[in-house]
Ligand binder design. Structure first.
Ligand SMILES: [Zn+2]
Length: 431
């Protein structure tokens, strides 16, 4: 294992280089053409059997996909920024997921999930912000890696390389899942449908920071991943002169407003935590026009998937009822969603033991309550439903601002211990 540390140290400039490159060319959900193309090329060169495009993402289960015009622009941008055009072509339609596998003899299958997408945020252009000062701030307008997924993808490539070198001493299968569209919980479902976690016995996911806020902190397991659903609702009415012929109009604004108030009065659920939020209501065209159009952006959450399903089903009734009151048409689109979840105790114990052995982590916490949603829980809960086990680890890092802040940056010295922890956990299972 001392040997492993030396190898990671030697590889550090490479994976920090990856992180800064991904940071400079960030790509939001379903537009990760350049990032995914780099991942594909590197994994193929390491000897992995790599699936991407339609082999890795089931098109019919993608949620919250940008318009075809936007996707086309992003494909062109990615190629202009150095992506391999042939690989990008195969991801047409936003199929930017990558699943790579390395068979190392007989044994269990271990999956590792790394997310690749950035946020819809304009990065701070300020000398006190290190990525700007050191020349690796975002080159892509209104997109920024403000959650650390650039670091996750870089870690994934380093882990892949070192595990491939250890191939002959491993007994089992390594499956690497590079996920698009984690933000807005849009990507996991389509990858699960395409078979990303079929036959997986163990699954591991990591996130830099979050509740592990200092270098040397580690949280070995997570509970309280909230199941969530994101819905866009449009109401379509009929415009009319508000003074001369109000009775001829059909008022979509009032239908939306009625829905908004009543969505917030859906009864809570006795089995645990639930949330509902109407975050956006846009409606109407002019002061003297009966409003013919309205859109609502809604999310529901539940501590277990059953509660989230209850909220969604009840919300559908409220939305339909409001449409009927004002005699308008409506359409509901599910634009995101994921399952609830919690880490498996056996897997937490394994990670904790390894973290203790590493002699790097100073503050080892067994479990923490996430209190929010992460698309990883979709992968993990499917693995668990099929008899496997998994956990979600938070690797401590000093950060300059909170996640999703345009001043967000993290201390890259968290990457090496994160990589070591993941590799040692994999070796513990298939070594
Ligand atoms: Zn994140």
């Amino acid at each position: 294992m001392k040997n492993l540390q030396e190898k990671i140290k030697a590889l550090e400039p490479t994976f920090i280089g990856y992180r800064r490159d991904f940071h400079k060319y960030p790509e939001a959900g379903w537009t990760e053409f350049r990032t995914a193309a780099i991942v594909v090329e590197k994994l193929q060169a390491m000897g992995y059997e790599v699936k991407y495009g339609p082999e890795a993402v089931a098109k019919e289960d993608m949620m919250g996909v940008p318009s075809p015009e936007e996707l086309k622009q992003h494909m062109e941008r990615a190629i202009n920024q150095g992506a391999n055009p042939e690989i990008v072509k195969k991801m047409e339609g936003g199929l930017t997921g990558v699943v790579a596998q390395l068979k190392c003899g007989e044994g269990p299958t271990v999956a590792l999930r790394f997310d690749m997408d950035a946020n819809d945020i304009s990065e701070a252009q300020d000398e006190k912000h290190r990525p700007f000062r050191e020349g690796f701030a975002s080159e892509n307008p209104k997109v920024m890696h403000a959650c650390g997924h650039d670091g996750h993808t870089a870690m994934g490539l380093a882990v892949a390389e070192l595990l491939a070198e250890m191939k002959d001493s491993l007994n089992g299968t390594i499956r690497l899942i590079f996920q698009p569209g984690e933000e807005g919980v849009r990507g996991a479902r389509a990858m699960v449908s395409a078979g990303a976690v079929d036959n997986v016995d163990y699954i591991l996911g990591v996130h830099i920071g979050f509740q592990a806020k200092q270098l040397g902190d580690i949280i070995c397991g997570t509970e309280g991943f909230l199941a969530t659903t994101k819905l866009d609702v449009t109401y379509q009415g009929v415009p009319a002169h508000a003074g001369a012929a109000p009775e001829k109009g059909k008022n979509a604004l009032l239908a939306a407003a009625t829905a908004a108030l009543n969505l917030h009065s859906i009864p809570r659920h006795s089995k645990g935590t639930s949330r509902i939020n109407v975050g956006i209501l846009n409606a109407g065209q002019g002061r003297n026009v009966v409003p013919p159009n309205a859109i609502l952006k809604i999310e529901t959450r539940g501590i277990v998937s059953e509660i989230d399903e209850y909220l969604v089903e009840t919300a559908k009734n409220v939305i339909a009822g409001a449409a009927q009151m004002y005699d308008v048409d409506y359409h509901i689109e599910i634009v995101g969603g994921t399952k609830s979840g919690e880490s498996s105790p056996e897997m937490i114990a394994k990670v904790k033991k390894i973290a203790e052995e590493m002699d790097f982590f100073k503050n080892i916490q067994e479990n923490s309550d996430f209190g929010a949603s992460e698309d990883y829980s979709h992968f993990m809960s499917v693995v668990q439903e099929n008899g496997g086990i998994g956990t979600y680890i938070m690797i401590g890092a000093n950060m300059t601002a909170g996640h999703h802040d345009y001043y967000f940056d993290f201390d890259e010295s968290c990457l090496a211990p994160g990589i070591e922890l993941i590799i040692r956990t994999v070796v513990d299972i298939v070594g």
